[in-house]
Design a protein around this ligand. Sequence first.
Ligand SMILES: *Cc1c(COP(=O)(O)O)cnc(C)c1O
Length: 345
Amino acid sequence: MSTGHLTIDLDALAENWRALDAKSAVETAAVVKADGYGLGTEPVARTLAKAGARRFFTAVAEEGAAVRATLGPGPMIGVFSGHMPGDTDLIRDNDLTPMLNSVDQVLRHLESLPQQSFGIQLDSGMNRLGMEPAEWAALREPVLQQRPALLMSHLACADEPDHFMNEKQLRSFREMTDGLDIPRSLAATGGTLLGPDYHFDLTRPGVGLYGGRPFEDARPVVTLDLPVIQTREVMPGESVGYGNTWTAQRPARIATVAAGYADGLPRIMAPKLGLWHGDQRYPLAGRISMDLITVDITGMEGDVPEFLSLLGPHQGVDDVADAAGTIGYEILTSLGGRYARSYRS
Ligand SMILES: *Cc1c(COP(=O)(O)O)cnc(C)c1O
């Protein structure tokens, strides 16, 4: 086996859900879009249901159907993209609850599936999904008569607690929904951490469950170990990798490990990334290629280990994201299909 080993700690996932649940006095859902943030819909949804989640959210109806196949009847499965053309059968057959985003979606849903539960997504300022305040004002009386399961909106800047946008969106959401006798949800991971004003009836964290910022107290969920294929000695003046970007200044020892940008490890992070063995960090030498990474292990004591660690106790998803100039969400959802995945619980 020469592929990287991706280990997903399902106990940590469950513990993160419980820890986020304990941050509010209200119900906590679980966002499992994009294949459970790249970690696998089935084990992720099963674990979170066992931890106590009773409502799940996906981005699109196809993902919702996969969650339903895993969990069976019972839990609510909400779909953020709402009721798209062609989704009607999926929504009905899998008992999904689309979060309707526009007048068109409301009409489509009520005409095609008048008995099927739905939520309403409102735009409180992010200008991405949901009905604008004026649209909602025009539509809300007839919609409310159909008893939506949820009124929801999404925060643009919740990972920055002092950002003016948080209060602004809170005000807008309240103006659109205060006084209505329908459950409400505004907070994802960031909003959950902003405190009770943001919790309403249901929080819906995603990234924090999987160990990512802004939930700083999260337990890490993924580890990634890369097998060492071979090692070699290089002499001063010799270069390593594409483009000769790394040249040995002293006699050096190079390990070549099996993973590359085809496995979701962005080339751009090479100068800032290290691989780990125990408590020791080893910098990359030269560029990340499609399937291989070269590491400067000069000075390593003892036998060369079978694996070097890319994600582990010393270097988490957000550290790797920082090195790549991106966010943990992107690292998680880019984790490649080539890794040997194992789930620990
Ligand atoms: C992705 C998403 C979430 C979860 O967000 P996190 O930042 O991952 O917690 C919640 N609500 C909506 C509408 C989303 O798109």
